[in-house]
Design a binder for this molecule. Structure first.
Ligand code: SAM
Length: 243
């Protein structure tokens, strides 16, 4: 039997992963611009929605949305920690990521970021925006929780987003984890759930995508093309709509 995944272990111990030097959960965050593209979001249409970002890491999505009057709650296991600890962790992990990326640049698509330095610059800005927002809203809009056991009532959100936690680490997080996480995120949305990416680091679609599509019922599911492809062949998200 596969070992039960322990998120405090190195969830990224994939030899071809740019994160393979990091022990423990990787803590970085994508920019809100990446979120916009990964999930086909039109910010003008989000103003009346309640959105959950799960797991949000050091992303600037909540901070930017809040500035624009959009109601976003961010969840992450790491949100028990202080802003200072998370800032240090994010900068450390980003540095390791960029050093590693520079060695395997050809495996990535450099249309969104022109190179690894630009990626580092943009994600450092995202981290700064995250930290200032986190200082003000820790415990209010930044909630420490496990994706498999969310502290929200059924149907609390219109839209749930899940970026770079499911499918991409299917070598460490087993199918049971994936199924529980998807069902839990579906429990707390009354509208829909979007998951990105569907591929692993080397651009191969996770075998769990098809299984999730078979095993989750009473929903409409579709794989939707998106205009974001940093990892090769990663220009698809899974959209699951409640019936
Ligand atoms: C690679 S980061 C992605 C962050 C953000 N969504 C993004 O795309 O930039 C993955 C995040 O998942 C969090 N995480 C890992 N396991 C988790 C779990 N079981 N429940 C909640 N968060 C978890 C980690 O702490 C980390 O911040």
């Amino acid at each position: 039997m596969q070992n039960k995944p322990n998120i405090t272990e190195n969830v990224l111990s994939n030899p071809i992963s740019p994160f393979s030097r990091i022990q423990g959960p990787i803590f970085i965050g994508r920019t809100w611009r990446e979120y916009k593209k990964m999930f086909n979001l039109e910010f003008e249409k989000l103003s009346k929605m309640k959105i959950l970002d799960c797991a949000s890491g050091a992303s600037s999505f909540r901070a930017h949305s809040a500035e624009n009057g959009i109601d976003v709650t961010a969840v992450d296991l790491m949100y028990t920690k202080s802003a200072e600890d998370l800032c240090i962790k994010c900068k450390e992990h980003l540095k390791i990521l960029v050093e590693s990326l520079k060695k395997i640049e050809d495996k990535f698509d450099w249309k969104f970021f022109s190179d690894a330095d630009e990626l580092q610059h943009s994600r450092n800005i995202a981290c700064k925006e995250f930290v200032s927002d986190y200082i003000n809203y820790k415990g209010k809009s930044y909630i420490p929780a496990d994706i498999k056991d969310l502290p929200f009532h059924d149907g609390s959100y219109d839209l749930v987003l899940c970026s770079h936690l499911l499918f991409i680490y299917d070598h460490r997080l087993d199918y049971e984890f994936h199924l529980k996480a998807v069902k839990e995120m579906l429990r707390v949305t009354k509208g829909e759930l979007r998951i990105y990416p569907l591929v692993k680091n080397h651009g191969v679609k996770s075998k769990f995508v098809e299984r999730i599509m078979e095993d989750v019922s009473d929903v409409k599911m579709e794989i939707v093309r998106v205009d974001y492809e940093f990892r090769k062949d990663s220009n698809e998200m899974l959209r699951i709509v409640k019936k």
